[in-house]
Design a protein around this ligand. Structure first.
Ligand code: ADP
Ligand code: ADP
Length: 227
């Protein structure tokens, strides 16, 4: 059975329909790429799956629970304790060091500073960031910053990592490095990944692809099926 399943989601921003009957199922441990042109509703779909937005109609099931029926406090707890996030831009706090940025989700959920930094540190070796622990994140290169963001998204061992155009601000070589590291980290920890991208080269790192067009998802394209 699916870890996350969206059924027939609709959502409009005022007069603008963003989702018009989007359905999707994701298995535990799977890396799924959500593809589609700009404005097709990919980010809105991801935000509904992650409990950031509530759909106007339809259901979002996660691990036996209905995310769409949760109140804001429940959704916020789910995002904090169970989900991780990597976005395209502006996600690091520039005045904090790289390791403080990675530790942030743990600090926000009440872990003491020393313990949070100790959890953060192994990610620097794993993601090729050795020696950058104390660097202000505003002084990192784009690729380094995105690897720090990946570490931050994974540090609390989320069940699901939501990645919205995580390579969108990077050149293609750097983007591929980030994708390789993301998929390797997800495999190692058994993390399910939902990756929004409009780039086929990025989607090729996923086990499977689904297309969003005009707010509708569900037609599965022939992705690369692992195992
Ligand atoms: P994609 O991620 O595929 O580029 P989005 O989900 O961001 O698509 O957007 C889908 C549609 O909804 C677009 O027409 C977009 O302009 C609109 N939209 C998205 N977010 C908002 C918002 N916060 N307010 C108004 N319109 C929005
Ligand atoms: P992406 O599609 O990669 O999320 P966008 O630039 O479309 O990037 O959206 C960035 C943010 O702006 C999102 O949080 C989205 O909800 C919001 N947004 C997108 N389109 C609109 C819009 N037409 N009006 C208001 N907010 C929007």
């Amino acid at each position: 059975t699916a870890l996350i399943e969206a059924r027939d989601l609709t959502l409009a921003f005022g007069e603008t329909p963003a989702l018009r009957g989007a359905s999707l199922a994701v298995e535990a441990g799977e890396v799924l790429a959500v593809m589609g042109p700009s404005g097709s509703g990919k980010s809105t779909l991801l935000h509904c799956l992650a409990g950031i937005l509530t759909p106007d109609s339809g259901e979002v099931h996660f691990d036996g629970r209905r995310i769409d029926a949760m109140n804001e406090a429940e959704r916020s707890a789910l995002r904090r304790d169970t989900f991780g996030f990597v976005f395209q831009f502006g996600q690091l706090v520039p005045e904090l060091t790289a390791e403080e940025n990675v530790a942030l989700p743990l600090l926000l959920s009440g872990t003491r500073r020393a313990a949070a930094l100790a959890e953060a540190r192994p990610w620097f070796a794993q993601l090729g960031l050795d020696g950058l622990e104390g660097r202000r994140s505003g002084e990192l290169s784009g690729g380094q910053a995105q690897r720090v963001a990946l570490a931050r998204g994974m540090v609390a061992r989320p069940k699901v990592l939501f990645a919205d155009e995580p390579t969108g601000a990077l050149d293609s070589l750097t983007g591929e490095q980030v994708m390789e590291l993301m998929v390797a980290a997800a495999r190692e920890h058994g993390t399910t990944v939902i990756l929004v991208t409009h780039e086929p080269r990025v989607a090729a790192y996923a086990d499977r692809e689904t297309m969003v067009r005009d707010g509708k998802a569900g037609a599965l394209s022939a992705g690369r099926i692992a195992s």
